[in-house]
Design a protein around this ligand. Structure first.
Ligand SMILES: [Zn+2]
Length: 325
């Protein structure tokens, strides 16, 4: 569930704590100019970030006030100042936490608001009655705007199932045949594992292949383009748009991008049939719907050529999108 905005919010929480620690030192070493400068610059960095995040004005104001006091009025390091410092600290943390919640509720694809669609709770028994809790461990939202699903909460430690999706030989051959109907020549960039079944089958199918690991794909050095880009597995990130945009950059004009993802609707249907509320496998951050995919790929300069729902119990959604000229 990481986005740039979320990362920045985490940095802000850490900065708040280190600023308070610095000011505590300053209160007992009030002649230390270096500590004073650090505190003021830390607070002003926070002011800038809070503004950028469109935080509550009162919190921004109080942060600026704190910086001003430390810069100009040394004599206020008393009990009253201390109380105000901690009041500021807790209100700033509370505001950042609110912004984090808001960020989690915001659709990562279109920025719209979502409503809870699926929630799995786990009942844990503890030693005493108070220790037994019913805890929501995985929550999917459905965006009211683009209709895609996205993960709003996932508690670590519950989901240790095998990573990723395993493809069968027949499945790979089927999808390569499908890909072949859209593109018959040119080089393919394979973003994923070189030893995977899909890579092996693509090689057998006669594609001129170049494989790069997902982590390398977004720190590119060469500007070579390809007529086909296959994204073997979507990384576990909320910012799917950035991933698809990155992959689309490798496409030659008119080139095609292939990717797939969990078919959440079908998956939830099969859970219902089994009578269980939770699946132990790692979940995808964003799950697609037809409308949602259309909107998503358009935002990346692509247009959908094929949208297929394949498989039964472990349903997948496969997408082929073309780079617009
Ligand atoms: Zn949306």
């Amino acid at each position: 569930m990481t986005t740039d905005r979320m990362n920045q919010l985490v940095i802000m929480v850490n900065l708040c704590s280190s600023v308070v620690e610095g000011i505590e030192h300053l209160m007992s070493n009030w002649k230390n100019e270096r500590l004073k400068e650090d505190a003021v610059s830390g607070l002003m960095t926070l002011v800038g970030s809070l503004k950028e995040m469109q935080a509550d004005k009162a919190v921004i104001h109080e942060t600026r006030w704190m910086a001003k006091v430390i810069k100009n009025w040394l004599f206020v390091y008393d009990r009253e100042f201390k109380d105000r410092l901690y009041r500021w600290y807790f209100s700033a943390l509370k505001e950042i936490r609110n912004l984090m919640t808001e960020e989690l509720e915001t659709c990562p694809v279109c920025g719209g608001k979502g409503k809870p669609h699926y929630g799995a709770a786990v009942y844990m028994e503890g030693g005493t009655k108070e220790e037994s809790v019913l805890k929501p461990v995985r929550v999917y939202m459905k965006c009211r705007e683009c209709r895609n699903y996205y993960l709003a909460k996932e508690e670590g430690g519950f989901f240790k199932g095998k990573k990723g999706h395993r493809r069968t030989k027949a499945g790979c051959q089927r999808l390569l045949a499908e890909l072949g109907t859209f593109c018959t020549e040119g080089a393919m960039l394979f973003i994923g594992g070189e030893r995977s079944q899909l890579y092996i089958e693509a090689e057998k199918a006669g594609y001129v292949l170049k494989a790069i690991a997902l982590e390398e794909a977004f720190h590119r050095k060469d500007m070579e383009t390809y007529s086909v880009v296959v994204l073997e597995e979507l990384p576990k990130t909320r910012d799917i748009k950035a991933v698809l945009m990155g992959a689309a950059e490798y496409l030659a004009e008119g080139g095609i991008l292939w990717f797939d993802g969990l078919d959440l609707e079908r998956f939830l249907g099969s859970l219902e049939k089994k009578g269980t509320s939770i699946w132990k496998r790692e979940a995808q951050e964003v799950c697609f719907t037809k409308d949602g995919v259309n909107m998503l790929v358009q935002a990346c300069g692509l247009c959908v050529q094929s949208y297929r729902r394949v498989g039964t119990a472990n349903g997948r959604i496969e997408v082929i999108a073309k780079k617009l000229v």
